[in-house]
Design a protein around this ligand. Sequence first.
Ligand code: FAD
Length: 463
Amino acid sequence: MATDRPAIIGGGLAGSLAAIYFARRGHNVTLYERRPDIRSHELPAGRSINLALATRGIAALERAGVYESIKNLMLPMRGRMIHDRAGKTSLQPYSRNPDEVIYSISRTELNRRLLDAAEATGHVTMKFDHCCVGIDPAGGGLQIEHEPEARVADRTHKPIIAADGAGSIVRRALMQATGEQTDEAILDHAYKELSIPPDANGRHRMDPAALHIWPRGGYMLIALPNLDGSFTVTLFLAKDGEPGFNTLTTASAVEAFFREQFSDAASLMPELAELFFSNPTGMLGTVWCPRWHDGGRVLLLGDAAHAIVPFHGQGMNCAFEDCLLLDEALERHAGDFSRAFADFAASRKPDTDAIANMALENYVEMRDSVRDPGFQLRKEIGWQLEARHPDRFVPRYSMVMFRTLPYAEAYERGRVQQDILMRLSEGIDSADDVDWKAADSLVTERLVRIPVSARTQRNSRAG
Ligand code: FAD
């Protein structure tokens, strides 16, 4: 059946939000999702049961008119709660401004609400259990398999928006058609999801207003709160090493490792070994794709275009921001897909490259640097510089999580700021010993003012 309706491949986080944006522009969209409808089926989460939502994601949800409908899913986290080996905790706030927080949110609930909102537009036809198994980018042809019956049908759509995730079949077809190559850089660390159940009264067993981290140098455990009183816990560890997933092959090895490294967490996980062996070990990686579009016919969005490692909590936020920026490009080009896709891809690629690098760098910060007194000192000096020069000096973490200035700019400014911090902290142990006159000159000489629009901090506390 020939049709010139836009198709979205993948009804995950990016696909469902993109469907809303396209519908709001008056398009009748068909959304093909290979899984059953998650609103009526309980599916294994597969990966990350909950996620950190921050300003960029919120800005995109706001523009699409769906932010209000998801607010009651959000749990504010004001900082990192660091757990040492003895179980002693210390809070490292994310910002000197207490309103700058990130939010833990359930992946499935968020996805369900976005699908509801897409359906409510009246312009989105949802095809669940429909897997895209082939694509002809130049002709706009799709082969869609209706999974329960293993029946494959040909469909024609324009444009085809690929939001089919890190393993995107559309990306592979696009690369094959153009003879280009994607670099899929798989990390030598993997992850495992575990859980801390609620207490007997259904309450959280740790502070729910923080992201908990057990940094251990080469690896780490983290935990994010859920609305039902539980925490989703994730172990990030080398695939092969000592310790590594390869050495944790028996219940006693897992229990001993957790008792030794994460004793306070282990005591809150009665089903540790059971969960460890029943949950999958997840792969992590970065997708560096040289081309995201084929004229106005095909466009890759979200993880399909630029999957990143999860250590900055930005993959979903970045995918949502893609949807917002694409909508702005369509607005600028009066709905001309060809021009809008080219404009979007050219301006966005340096930003997604930058966040991919920052996400890799943040793994070291989370699992190691947070324990270093030098890191704490530089953070303290950074906050004071921010207080003195709020329009010039904003810590890199804040630029990524609480601002909307382009990632590439945050990356570049972050480099300059790090250099300033290294110079100011050299040979001192306390921020009281900083030469603030010299510090002010360095900031005004080396950092231009951040444009007002990108300074706006949009995620004031939910609810
Ligand atoms: P996906 O969520 O992968 O969705 C792709 C969809 O396409 C799926 O529904 C899939 O079923 C469907 N699909 C795939 N192939 C086909 C096909 N051939 N035909 C039809 N449908 C298809 N990001 C954050 O912002 N904050 C975080 O805290 C965070 N934590 C994370 C923790 C972990 C452990 C991991 C692995 C990731 C984390 N992320 C986080 C990243 C985030 O999960 C992704 O960036 C986000 O899910 C990308 O959304 P997407 O829609 O592009 O892809």
